[in-house]
Design a protein around this ligand. Structure first.
Ligand SMILES: Cc1cc2nc3c(=O)[nH]c(=O)nc-3n(C[C@H](O)[C@H](O)[C@H](O)COP(=O)(O)OP(=O)(O)OC[C@H]3O[C@@H](n4cnc5c(N)ncnc54)[C@H](O)[C@@H]3O)c2cc1C
Length: 456
């Protein structure tokens, strides 16, 4: 445990060390990005978001986050002071760091993409003593260091080491928004997320492109017509926001020198994939608030749930952190309803539209089995399940009847783990982007001072 935390700390200090040497590059990057921001058309879905997205001289987005009920500045402040620190602690808790997933690929859409037909590649042989009897996978798999499934890239492989903690409690219930059958079976494996940080894996090219293209084009998410329904736009923004977050994490922890195993930030990539596209930044904030709303809406449920890992001290701490998150006075007063889901599905064909979008989201969830890199598949599945859980919470609980929440809502342990980890991923991405603004400002001030000196 201490080793894991130390490793986490090293990752994070490596990141903060980069600010100085990337400052000039980021100045240029953000200046262009921010200049582009003002040109983006702003679309209001519900009509209650009155302020425009503007860019100030300090390069920050201002105004209300589109279709949400909270402004950018408040989101950044709450995230910096409340949400990010709490979530960092929560995802390190034993309960939240183990995620159950079917990791071998079994793509239902195309047969011969990458290594996905080699289903055994993705299942490991963990030492028997490391995890409880009930979580054992069938024997006879390929060795854990087999690279066939990873297109030869060791950094793409999932480390499946577990400790001896056991789990109990929680219901096995279906989620209408997701594709996976989440019931425990021999195909499922448990993964310690702290040993498998979301970062650059080398997964790219036609295989990765095919997944994103299928999501955006086949599932009608991109190039939505002007009269596309609010709900379709919400779905697009959720996927785009998650995509932005994945890109931020890739850029934040990039393999700079494979020979030296040197990891660090890649500002050019951050710019090209996210900062250059203000809509992607906005969609990240939107997704963050959407998921935050789901977590706070399920607050009663989450604060009464069982977080047992057979370690009472750790488990009490986990429950206390969950309570600090869902009953946070500062959050409740500054941003009481981060997203207002009550406005959705109100049209004449609301129920039909809901079924259609549910099916689309299930197909996107199924596509995660086609991701040709194990770690990306792990984080893709986790984040899609997290989004599916947020959708389930927001659209299966009557906002006017929160008293009967427990009767209306049944969550699986794995759904809650995915939900909190997704919120943490998004929070980290928002913080990463927000932190670049002051860095850039300092660099610009430095440049201005330097050029004034030169002109003397
Ligand atoms: C589910 C999933 C998880 C992944 N996880 C990882 C990982 O953990 N580590 C890793 O190294 N790689 C991961 N990848 C691969 C990674 O996302 C990229 O596909 C890869 O790095 C190649 O990037 P690219 O420059 O081709 O653009 P991509 O990120 O592949 O984008 C493809 C196209 O989608 C559009 N697009 C890009 N971003 C957005 C956005 N935010 N909103 C709307 N449209 C957008 C653009 O038109 C772009 O050209 C993952 C891929 C998938 C499908």
């Amino acid at each position: 445990m201490a080793g894991e935390l130390e490793e986490q700390r090293r990752h994070s200090s490596r990141f903060w060390g980069w600010k100085t040497w990337t400052v000039i590059a980021l100045t240029t990057i953000l200046a262009v990005s921010v200049a582009a921001c003002g040109r983006q058309p702003r679309m209001s879905l519900f009509g209650f978001s009155t302020k425009e997205c503007k860019c100030t001289s300090s390069h920050e987005l201002t105004g209300i986050v589109e279709d949400c009920c909270c402004d950018y500045k408040t989101v950044d402040t709450l995230n910096d002071h409340v949400l990010h620190p709490l979530l960092q602690d929560l995802v390190r808790a034993p309960f939240f760091r183990y995620f159950k997933a079917k990791l071998w690929c079994d793509c239902p859409f195309w047969p011969d993409d990458g290594m996905c037909h080699l289903r055994d590649c993705s299942v490991c042989e963990c030492p028997e003593h490391e995890f409880p009897e009930t979580f054992k996978v069938p024997s006879g798999q390929l060795p854990v260091d087999d690279l066939k499934c990873q297109e030869g890239k060791p950094q793409a492989m999932v480390d499946r080491t577990l400790d001896k903690k056991a789990f109990r409690g929680w219901m096995e219930t279906d989620n209408p928004w997701t594709y996976d059958d989440e019931t425990d079976n021999s195909e499922m494996t448990y993964v310690n997320l702290l040993l498998n940080p979301e970062r650059y894996t080398g997964y790219m090219g036609p295989s990765a492109r095919r997944i994103w293209d299928t999501i955006y084009k086949k599932h009608c998410l991109k190039d939505l017509p002007g009269d596309a329904s609010t709900e379709r736009r919400v779905l697009y923004k959720l996927i785009s926001g998650m995509h932005s977050s994945i890109s931020v994490h890739i850029a934040k922890e990039y393999l700079l020198d494979e020979g030296k195993n040197l990891w660090g930030p890649n500002p050019t990539l951050l710019y090209e994939r996210v900062l250059k596209h203000p809509d992607r930044v906005r969609n990240l904030y939107f997704t963050f608030l959407f998921v935050l709303r789901a977590v706070t809406k399920a607050g009663d449920y989450l604060s009464q749930a069982e977080y047992s890992t057979m370690n009472s001290l750790e488990d009490q701490n986990t429950l206390s952190l969950v309570n600090q998150l869902v009953n946070n006075k500062r959050l409740q007063s500054a941003c009481p309803i981060p997203f207002d889901e009550a406005k959705l599905w109100k049209g004449e064909n609301g129920n039909e539209l809901k079924s259609q979008i549910q099916l689309q989201f299930r197909n996107i969830s199924a596509l995660m089995d086609c991701v040709g890199c194990e770690k990306c598949r792990l984080w893709g599945k986790l984040q899609i399940l997290g989004l599916g859980t947020a959708l389930k919470i927001l659209f299966s609980v009557d906002s006017n009847d929160l008293i009967n929440q427990s009767a209306q809502l049944q969550l699986q342990r794995n759904e809650v783990i995915a939900l909190i980890n997704l919120l943490s991923r998004l929070s980290e991405s928002v913080k990463t982007l927000h932190d670049l603004a002051p860095v850039t400002k300092n660099a610009m001030d430095g440049q201005i001072a330097a050029s004034s000196l030169q002109s003397l």
